[in-house]
Write a protein that binds this ligand. Structure first.
Ligand SMILES: Cc1cc2nc3c(=O)[nH]c(=O)nc-3n(C[C@H](O)[C@H](O)[C@H](O)COP(=O)(O)OP(=O)(O)OC[C@H]3O[C@@H](n4cnc5c(N)ncnc54)[C@H](O)[C@@H]3O)c2cc1C
Length: 1003
């Protein structure tokens, strides 16, 4: 054992000794809280229900609602306490008012365990008590997640008030250690950066700084005048780079450059924490003034893991707990070795991590007065006491705030206390041995990397129970949190700009065809800018294309499906390679914001890969049933010539989705992109040509829908029409395809995806922080031009005023502008016609409802429509019934849930819907009763992911097929079954193969 490890153990044992002198259970407050936590650690299901119940409780005001929720969360509990809880619920129902209040009181008690005071006055009691114990403080203001600039400005004001109050109340307080007090001012404020700006976007750190710096300067200035210390807390990974940039920018400014009483958090669970710390140190040396770093492991581990898994990103956090512990020690060393420029604060309750910092500081000869330990209020009391006794500086992180805003914080602390891998649980609840607790994490990591432990579990094996989407791993989204990705996007925008205005021919039978007429595709942000001139197909070109496709079909349909699958996979590879270029083109051609454009490219890649995979699953003739003496095989042939008619709003994804489904199933395709996004269509053609699509199998034919499109829909040699677009055109196609023309071989199949008038319902107990953010995104993301967008918001009467107020403030804070800039949420609508149409709807809305909100500051040039909200909308009003396809939201008040569902379902459409609630019973009702093809609970109603959320509606929203789902390809094929009697004179083979490939291609 090395000397350092020996010293760590000695220190650790000493801390444990002191801790054991004052035995205290993990949960120092006895009673209700302790029992709940003990149960949670035994029963994972109970833990989930408890946390969810705690989460909703603060928003419930009536005793009956509290008892109702209690019942819904716990009555079906199957652990040993089930019957006890049921009895409790029955009793509670008798006097709901009393029992409701009792529960609130108990849970408030849990919250008070972690929240040091409700307001600045209240917290002083705690701070004084700690002062007497030789413990300092840093105060943190809890806040609701800010959804608007109004809320962010309020938070900034409250920070200033808190600072003033502390400055006043703590005047004359001396440093607990009485040495090096110049490094550690008494008043210490921790600030949550995201609470100061509601529109932080990882793609745009510069914008964050522009908005945050003016709000922070007065706080910093006042703190400096008061001789206080200000620390920037660190939140989720998405905000990390912006927070670091902000810190460095502000404290390099002349006014603050020589101010040493500033600090920032480094999270050791992040893989890139060391790089960030080294970069900070370099900055600090250049700046020439001391600063502080609070080293922690990090509070968002589960969140980061889930988020990165959902988006296909590299996980930013370590996946094994000892890796975080080890990194904490590595960073401890870096901090202490650079003590000349940085003051270290070690934020941990883990005795091993603490003992290591102590031992290392001694080894490096650093006086114990020159760094400090920080621990959270309400946690690890005995450890704090032990550290004070050992003569170390201890500061307590003391949250201040009301119960409701504090819930997110409370739930995080509860999770931390009951986490399987946490130190506190191991020590104080499970009595793990001291030797085990003090083991060197480096040694544990080495053991586990030798195969002792494997924490990552992936669900990609296939069995009968495997969900269809589970066999498929989605393409990742681009993570714009990385500067390199931001730079790539900027470079792509610059590069694509140089190519604007080029000419694109039709492609028929592999030939480039130029026509007299061209379509000018324009940039909706700058209508004078032409993105490209695309040849316009007329009837003669349409005839040529059908002929070519018909001919090509004969061979293509006989091509092994594996060859067709590979074509799609090669196309996906090319899209991947040209990803930024394609996204940049979408920014110019259809006005998509960065992340929206990237999402569209990701979806296109997904369609290629997912349909290739699905084709492999259905491609081979498959035995229908084992039966002696006979064998029957079902398999599929392509239908013939497919006409693909796509919209502009997902210019690559939808075009690719319909095209690849048709191609991979053996059809020849005539691809007609929307006129407004014809250049993206041309790029898709280029991609397939590069991927090696045979001549005539895919033909690129932009043109007027009403002329060339209609001609092809009616054409006797077109067998299938895959359409996504407006209801008006969809119904016309549906009807027209129903007529059989002379010489027609097939009954035409129409795959028809149309619009929606999608409703989101906000229940009385919904988490408004989430509901507002997600609804604003669903309604105004991509300017409301997604068929899945929310255009009717139904709010329960009880929370209507508060929800509407927060909604309007949130809409007022959105970033509206040219989406070439990163971080824009609302750009222009697609063209002049749409612009006029939407403004027309806004005018009729003014006659029918109350214009509650309209942005006044949209750019003048370009087709910008101000985000608009109408309230008190009658469900039968025109704006509540017709699809507007723009950033216009109708808000409808509902008496109760019955009425809310009735309104939501009372339209001709059934595409998407959303429901926000924390009542398990109401959530079940929504799942069963909302009439929509895609029902989303407690999340935005847009953003379907291939394979995960097969997408499509019914009623007047579409033909009921699900794009990106397991059964989508079946729309593009004709099924065949071939049955052979294999008995000869009473003799038959015993077994038949599951698959036969002999008669696969039609001959
Ligand atoms: C005063 C103070 C201020 C803080 N400020 C912040 C802040 O601004 N931002 C912030 O994010 N955190 C902050 N934290 C940290 C956080 O809230 C937790 O308290 C801390 O991570 C717990 O670590 P520990 O060393 O006390 O306990 P331990 O039990 O040793 O470590 C638990 C931690 O290990 C990590 N972990 C758990 N499971 C795994 C796994 N499977 N693989 C890898 N790592 C894992 C997680 O970070 C978890 O929180 C702060 C903590 C303190 C004490």
């Amino acid at each position: 054992m090395g000397a350092l490890q020996a010293e760590v153990e000695r220190r650790g044992e000493r801390i444990f000794e002191l801790v054991d002198d004052h035995p205290e259970p993990l949960f120092s407050k006895a009673g209700f809280y302790q029992r709940m936590m003990a149960l949670s650690m035994r029963d994972e299901h109970f833990k989930v229900q408890l946390f969810r119940f705690v989460d909703v409780l603060a928003s419930l005001h009536r005793g009956t609602d509290i008892v109702q929720h209690l019942d819904e969360y716990f009555a079906t509990m199957r652990n040993g306490y089930g019957s006890l809880i049921r009895t409790g619920v029955r009793a509670a129902r008798v006097v709901p008012f009393l029992s409701g209040q009792l529960l609130r009181w108990n849970v408030s008690g849990m919250a008070r365990q972690f929240i040091a005071g409700r307001n600045p006055q209240d917290v002083m009691k705690t701070l004084r008590k700690r002062r007497a114990q030789g413990i300092g403080f840093t105060v943190d203001l809890l806040g609701e997640a800010v959804v608007s600039e109004t809320e962010a400005n309020e938070y900034a004001m409250r920070c200033l008030e808190l600072l003033e109050h502390l400055g006043r109340e703590c005047r004359g307080w001396s440093d607990p250690l009485g040495q090096d007090s110049d490094l550690f001012p008494v008043v210490n404020l921790s600030v949550k950066i995201s609470a100061l700006y509601s529109q932080m976007n990882p793609a745009d750190p510069a914008d964050a700084i522009t908005h945050l710096a003016p709000k922070l300067r007065p706080i910093l200035r006042r703190a400096r005048e008061l001789g206080a210390f200000v620390n920037f807390d660190m939140e989720s990974y998405a905000h990390k780079n912006s927070t670091l940039d902000l810190f460095k920018t502000l404290f390099t400014e002349r006014e603050f450059r020589d101010w040493p009483h500033i600090g920032i958090v480094i999270q050791a669970y992040l893989r890139d924490a060391e790089d960030d710390l080294r970069d900070l140190l370099e900055w600090g040396r250049e700046r020439g003034t001391r600063f502080a770093v609070r080293l922690v492991k990090g509070a968002y581990w589960d969140f980061e893991k889930i988020k990165s898994r959902q988006n296909g990103w590299a996980c930013p956090v370590f996946l094994q707990k000892p890796e975080s512990d080890l990194n904490f020690e590595i960073l401890t060393r870096i901090l202490l070795e650079n003590e000349s420029i940085v003051t270290a604060a070690f934020g941990s309750h883990n005795v091993r991590s603490i003992a290591h910092a102590q031992a290392l500081a001694d080894q490096l000869g650093i006086d114990r007065g020159r760094f400090e330990f920080q621990l959270l209020y309400g946690m690890a009391g005995p450890v704090k006491r032990a550290l004070v006794e050992m003569g170390y500086r201890v500061r307590e992180y003391s949250p201040v705030g009301e119960l409701l805003p504090g819930m997110a914080y409370l739930v995080r602390r509860l999770l931390e206390n009951t986490s399987n891998e946490g130190f506190l649980r191991a020590k104080f609840s499970e009595n793990v041995s001291e030797a085990e607790l003090l083991r060197d994490p480096a040694q544990i990591v080495t053991e586990s990397s030798n195969g002792a432990r494997q924490l990552e579990i992936r669900g990609n094996g296939q069995s009968l129970d495997t969900p269809a989407g589970d066999t498929y791993e989605n393409a990742p989204l681009v993570n714009f949190v990385y500067r390199a990705n931001q730079d790539r996007m900027r470079a792509a925008l610059a590069q694509v700009k140089t190519q604007l205005g080029q000419k694109y021919p039709l492609v028929i039978n592999g030939d480039r065809v130029w026509t007299e007429n061209t379509i000018a595709s324009i940039n909706p942000s700058h209508p004078e800018e032409v993105v490209g001139h695309v040849a316009e197909a007329g009837i003669p070109e349409a005839e040529r294309a059908v002929k070519a496709a018909r001919q090509a079909f004969e061979k293509w349909s006989r091509t092994p499906f594996e060859t067709r699958c590979r074509l799609l996979e090669r196309a996906a590879d090319i899209m991947h390679r040209r990803r930024y270029e394609l996204a940049a083109l979408e920014v110019y051609e259809v006005g998509k914001a960065w992340a929206e454009a990237d999402g569209d490219i990701r979806e296109a890649i997904d369609f290629c890969l997912f349909y290739a995979q699905q084709m492999r699953l259905i491609g081979r003739p498959r035995l229908t049933q084992h039966v002696l003496g006979e064998e029957s095989y079902q398999h599929y042939w392509g239908r013939g010539v497919a006409m693909v008619i796509a919209p502009w709003n997902f210019p690559l994804a939808i075009l690719t989705g319909m095209t690849t489904a048709a191609l991979v199933t053996g059809n020849a395709v005539i691809m007609k992109p929307a006129e407004q996004s014809a250049v993206v269509g041309a790029k898709l053609m280029e991609i397939f040509e590069e991927a090696g699509v045979p001549r005539g199998v895919l033909n690129y034919l932009p043109g007027k829908g009403s002329v060339m499109g209609a001609h092809l829909v009616d054409h006797k040699d077109v067998d299938l029409i895959a359409f996504t677009g407006s209801r008006e055109v969809g119904l016309r196609i549906w009807e027209s395809a129903g007529k059989t023309r002379e010489g027609q071989r097939e009954l035409k199949r129409v795959i028809c995806e149309m619009g929606g008038k999608n409703a989101v319902i906000i229940d009385a107990d919904a988490d408004l922080d989430e509901a507002i953010v997600d609804t604003v995104y669903s309604a105004f993301g991509y300017q409301g031009q997604k068929c899945s967008a929310c255009s009717r918001l139904i709010i329960l009467e009880e929370i209507y005023p508060r929800a509407v107020e927060r909604l309007m403030n949130a809409a007022a804070s959105l970033r509206v502008g040219n989406p070439e800039e990163p971080g824009i949420t609302v750009g222009p609508v697609i063209d002049g016609k749409a612009h006029k149409n939407i403004l027309g709807y806004i005018e009729s809305g003014k006659q029918e409802a109350r214009l509650a909100f309209q942005r006044g500051d949209v750019p003048e040039n370009g087709f910008f429509i101000p985000p608009t909200i109408f309230t008190n909308v009658d469900p039968s009003a025109k704006i509540a019934c017709e699809e507007i396809f723009g950033p216009v939201l109708s808000v409808i008040k509902a008496r109760d849930l019955d009425e809310a569902f009735e309104i939501a379902n009372g339209t001709e459409f059934a595409l998407t819907a959303g429901f926000f609630s924390r009542s398990p019973a109401n959530i079940e009702r929504a799942k069963a009763e909302i009439v929509a093809g895609n029902v989303y609970i407690n999340r935005s109603c847009t953003g379907a992911v291939v394979g995960r959320h097969p997408f499509g509606g019914f009623k007047m929203s579409g033909g009921g097929t699900k794009a990106g789902g397991a059964d989508y390809l079946l729309q593009f094929v004709v099924p065949r079954v071939v049955t052979e009697n294999i008995t000869r004179h009473g003799f038959a083979p015993e077994t038949t193969p599951q698959y036969r490939d002999e008669f696969l291609p039609p001959r």
